[in-house]
Design a protein around this ligand. Structure first.
Ligand code: ADP
Length: 592
């Protein structure tokens, strides 16, 4: 039986950049969707059409419009995406109607496939996802994928009538509360948390808005909230007419750590945040209880709201959003929720034990006071907990109520990378070794993009998961080591053999000094866990580095891999690659 043609038409396709040498480009193609494949060909006047590509529909895992916040660099301004195999294809339709026709038809034909649960609503560009900033192109998506239609299940109001034109109403800004996929040509896609200029709000259900590219259209008014300083009635955390006592009853009944609401204070125009907590108070307050904080407004002018003066926000929703994600007690692990098991090993800060926390296995580092500057660490823990990437060993929290203080980490079944390499000597294929380097470079590219410096990258500071994935651990931790044998580059425990010359000479750490260490880590991987400069003292290593000598090519390393190591060991930090670039280079080696 022949496949039946469903749709055809001209659109623009962005190259998929499978090869690192091919420039990024946009080409007009004639697309044909039938019941089996999506084919595209080049059509030039007077020439035979030339078939350029064909995607079997059964390989498609996601089809969705792209909510872009940047100018579209080609003439067709309505992008959508097709994720198949491990490739993202971006196609640009000439108008929104056309885009929707294609997206709907493709969704319909692929709805029984093995689809993704989540997808990326924005573009992959310059080495990261514009929606969630992940730097792994194949990282799981950040928005729920709806295979049949629209991301939201909220019932939509009736469409506006055509007489309701777009009119200018001054500069009012709204924020999208959720994604919205347009239903017709007159409405506009919304991307959650993005800002839009409100053009007209006279219709109760449909407001006209403009996106950052200047596209205008209607959106359901319930999907957006005005960004003005006091209009936050749409938020579920706001309870207008509730007294302090009622707030306490409600929150105590719920009994959930961190549960909160914003309510009107007795004083007109002033708002209070009421929060439930079980954590012990600094002045011996009883637990559990509800605490009340007034939202204050800075003297300096309109719209500077705060709970703590250090953190000012121009609107109350922004203030709430920030504190929701950066709660002061968020990093505190309740010691009653933590069970300790057998010993896993011992490190710079003390014993490491297996444990259980909230039904998951964890690794618990028990900190010996004399080994760690723990007050400094507590300050930093908050920043470190916000670093979250599939190739980093996650810090879940800190338990300070218990003595000694414990750090709770994601559990890594296969222990540290250096031991793993040695234990599997002779069994590591080229693919596995390159994969390990790729894993680490992904984690490091994320740290680099978060402007966070590791300072002690080495195979001993990476861990291996149950599925043999390698993740970067112990990032930034050397700053809290009190043992000066470790902290001074002149001393015996300083990791000289992994350190860049500028670190050894002036303690100048940067992402480029991390790159140097990464080169040594690659060397460790391709030498199956051998120690670098095995029989040489630190002083001898410094001397040979000064003479321009470098570690030799490991027997198992292909030339292309050793070239990358040498690039990491350039004398001048600015001559070394960034992790983003190195990741790209390693990825292209794995494509070969
Ligand atoms: P430190 O950073 O204090 O020097 P390490 O990270 O070297 O401590 O940990 C010591 C040992 O504990 C490691 O070699 C490893 O075997 C074990 N370990 C540490 N973290 C984990 C973890 N997240 N999962 C499993 N084992 C771990």
């Amino acid at each position: 039986m022949f496949p039946r043609v469903i749709l055809k038409g001209t659109m623009i396709k962005k190259s998929q950049q499978k090869k690192r040498t091919s420039p990024c480009n946009y080409k007009e193609r004639y697309f044909v969707l039938d019941t089996q494949d999506l084919k595209y060909s080049e059509r030039r006047p007077g020439k035979k059409p030339m078939m350029k590509g064909c995607i079997e529909l059964s390989r498609i895992k996601c089809v969705e419009i792209v909510c872009s916040d940047i100018p579209i660099p080609c003439n067709f301004k309505y992008p959508f995406q097709i994720f198949h195999d491990s490739h993202y294809l971006y196609i640009f339709a000439p108008d929104n109607d056309c885009r929707l026709r294609w997206v709907r038809a493709l969704k319909e034909e692929t709805k029984h496939n093995n689809l993704v649960a989540k997808y990326h609503p924005n573009f992959w560009m310059d080495g990261k996802w514009r929606c969630c900033h992940q730097t792994d192109k194949l990282a799981a998506g950040c928005s729920v994928y709806d295979p049949v239609g629209y991301a939201s299940k909220k019932p939509l109001p009736q469409l506006p009538d055509s007489e309701m034109g777009l009119h200018d109403a001054g500069q009012r800004v709204v924020i999208a509360l959720q994604n919205y996929t347009p239903l017709g040509d007159d409405d506009l896609p919304l991307q959650k948390d993005q800002e839009y200029v409100l053009i007209k709000s006279s219709h109760p259900d449909w407001w006209a808005v403009q996106d950052s590219q200047g596209n205008t259209g209607f959106v359901p008014s319930t999907y957006v909230a005005e960004k003005s300083s006091t209009n936050f009635e749409r938020f579920e955390w706001y309870n207008k007419k509730i007294t302090r006592g009622e707030a306490e009853d409600l929150l105590m009944n719920e009994g959930k750590e961190g549960a909160f609401m914003v309510r009107d204070s007795r004083q007109a125009g002033v708002y209070t945040v009421s929060v439930f907590t079980k954590a012990p108070g600094s002045n011996g307050e009883k637990n559990p209880r509800v605490k009340h904080y007034q939202i204050r407004q800075s003297e300096t002018g309109q719209g500077a709201f705060y709970l703590a003066e250090k953190y000012l926000f121009s609107t109350i929703p922004e203030l709430i959003h920030y504190h929701q994600h950066n709660a002061a007690d968020q990093w505190e692990v309740d010691h009653e929720e933590l069970t300790l098991g057998q010993e896993l090993g011992s490190g710079q800060f003390g014993l490491v034990r297996e444990g259980t926390w909230r039904d998951r296995k964890v690794a618990v580092k028990m900190i010996r006071e004399e080994y760690m500057s723990d007050e400094d660490f507590k300050e930093e823990a908050r920043i470190m907990m916000r670093l979250s990437h599939c190739k980093l060993v996650q810090l879940y929290g800190v338990c300070t109520q218990r003595f000694p203080m414990c750090l709770v980490f994601e559990y890594m079944e296969n222990g540290c990378l250096s031991d793993y390499l040695r234990d599997n000597k002779g069994r590591l294929s080229q693919d596995i070794m390159l994969g390990m380097c790729l894993d680490v470079s992904e984690g490091m590219a994320y740290l680099e993009s978060s402007t966070f410096i590791h300072r002690d990258l080495a195979a001993r500071n990476c861990l291996v998961s149950k599925n043999n994935e390698v993740k970067v651990s112990d990032f930034g931790m050397t700053r809290f080591v009190l043992d000066d044998q470790y902290t001074s580059s002149q001393c015996s425990k300083f990791p000289v053999k992994w350190s860049a010359p500028e670190v050894i000479k002036y303690c100048k750490f940067s992402s480029k000094s991390d790159i140097w260490s990464f080169g040594v880590l690659m060397w460790e991987v391709y030498n199956e866990g051998r120690l670098p400069y095995e029989n040489r003292s630190n002083a001898e290593v410094v001397e040979s580095l000064n003479a321009g000598l470098r570690l030799l090519k490991p027997r198992l390393a292909p030339d292309a891999v050793y070239l990358l190591m040498e690039w990491c060991w350039k004398e001048k930090p600015e001559d070394r690659p960034s992790f983003a670039l190195l990741l790209h280079e390693l990825a292209s080696l794995s494509d070969l």
